[in-house]
Design a protein around this ligand. Structure first.
Ligand SMILES: Cc1cc2nc3c(=O)[nH]c(=O)nc-3n(C[C@H](O)[C@H](O)[C@H](O)COP(=O)(O)OP(=O)(O)OC[C@H]3O[C@@H](n4cnc5c(N)ncnc54)[C@H](O)[C@@H]3O)c2cc1C
Length: 343
């Protein structure tokens, strides 16, 4: 049995931790945030709820589809048979009163009653130390290859045989132990996204729940409150393009909210500035570049250094989406279980 520390309680870290624990290892997960699930995130601003990370996800891989089926059976997620508007803005002319006039897309999955239900569910039975930002790892016993973790408050978080990084790539880079690690990590990147959250006292007259936009500062409009099993008021979640976030992430929050609200109002032909609740969250590392056509050389899905006893997983090691996070965590755990059996 090895004592293993995992940094990050997103889908990759939780999946990896669960498999390693099931194989008999002693696993502790450290998470800097109060919530669990990373980018599978939900924010509450009574009476509104916003899935302000990923809005919905799909499955293409058989392993991931089996996991999805299990979550469906356990009532952790549901299919969101969404009315999706077309990407060429043609829906603008269809914004009207005709219900169900836009075709439904049925393979979108969402956590219920909110996206953060997935992380909460996976964390059950695991030791997850929340509100704990790992600041450094110290090689305190080179012969036995054991590591000590320190928090950002300078406290020791214990000694471990193995360390697993399950963070977005930019954060993983700060823990790279050798120039070789840094060189490998430099090949990867995640794109940013700003998420505008709008809550309304009365529902808007839209005949779709999800629209992909092109040629604007906004990329997607999602009627969050239309997802299955949602409670609370009518809520919209609006994603910016990565290019917009890159240009504006350091700017005044109110200016960012106002700009994206105005941009979405123009696209919809509806004045959204009357929203009862407005907020924005900037994600510096949101989604993989490989989700776009210029996908890179992503094959293995994890990094494993068995001289230093370090493993690395995360969505960015594959296509940078929910499915990738699951597969990366699972693949790393499988490789480590095989390796540790032979020790
Ligand atoms: C706005 C947005 C839109 C998206 N759209 C889609 C989509 O349409 N389809 C899709 O499939 N995917 C989408 N994604 C991406 C998807 O959410 C991610 O691919 C997936 O959730 C990543 O999981 P992960 O475990 O690899 O990383 P994360 O969920 O980022 O987990 C990493 C965890 O590490 C923690 N951490 C970081 N540093 C430290 C530290 N020093 N100490 C302790 N903890 C630390 C973080 O707090 C976080 O909880 C989107 C994401 C966002 C934000």
């Amino acid at each position: 049995m090895k004592r293993i520390a995992i940094i990050g309680a997103g889908l990759a870290g939780l999946t990896c931790g669960k498999a390693l624990q099931q194989a008999g290892h002693d696993v502790v997960i450290f998470e800097k945030s109060r919530g669990i699930g990373g980018r599978l995130a939900t924010r509450r601003a009574e009476p509104f709820y916003f899935d302000h990370g990923v809005a919905a996800f799909t499955a293409s891989n058989d392993d991931f589809q089996s996991f999805v089926n299990q979550l469906l059976a356990e009532g952790v997620i549901a299919v969101w048979a969404v009315h999706q508007a077309t990407p060429d803005n043609s829906f603008v002319s269809t914004v009207s009163t005709k219900p169900n006039s836009v075709p439904r897309v049925s393979d979108n999955y969402v956590g219920i009653p909110a996206m953060n239900a997935i992380g909460k569910h996976l964390a059950s039975g695991l030791t997850v130390q929340r509100n704990t930002r790992v600041a450094s790892i110290i090689d305190h016993h080179p012969i036995f290859n054991s590591w000590e973790l320190l928090s950002d408050k300078g406290e020791t978080l214990g000694q471990f045989d193995w360390i697993i990084s399950a963070m977005p790539v930019e954060q993983a880079k700060s823990f790279a132990q050798t120039s070789l690690h840094t060189k490998v990590l430099n090949k990867y990147a995640l794109m940013p996204c700003s998420v505008l959250m709008l809550g309304f006292d009365t529902p808007l007259a839209l005949d779709y729940e999800y629209a992909k936009i092109e040629g604007e500062d906004i990329d997607k409009i999602i009627v969050n409150s239309a997802k299955p099993h949602r409670e609370g008021g009518y809520s919209l979640v609006i994603h910016s393009t990565p290019a917009w976030t890159n240009r504006h992430i350091e700017e005044d929050k109110t200016a960012c909210i106002n700009h994206l609200t105005q941009a979405a109002s123009q696209v919809l032909g509806i004045d959204l500035s009357t929203a009862a609740h407005k907020d924005i969250h900037h994600w510096r590392y949101a989604i993989g570049e490989a989700a776009n056509p210029q996908s890179g050389d992503h094959q293995l899905g994890y990094l494993l250094d068995n001289d230093q006893n370090i493993g690395v997983c995360g969505d960015w090691l594959l296509k940078g989406d929910v499915e990738s996070a699951y597969l990366s965590g699972k693949k790393l755990a499988k490789a480590m279980i095989e390796l540790l059996k032979s020790e």
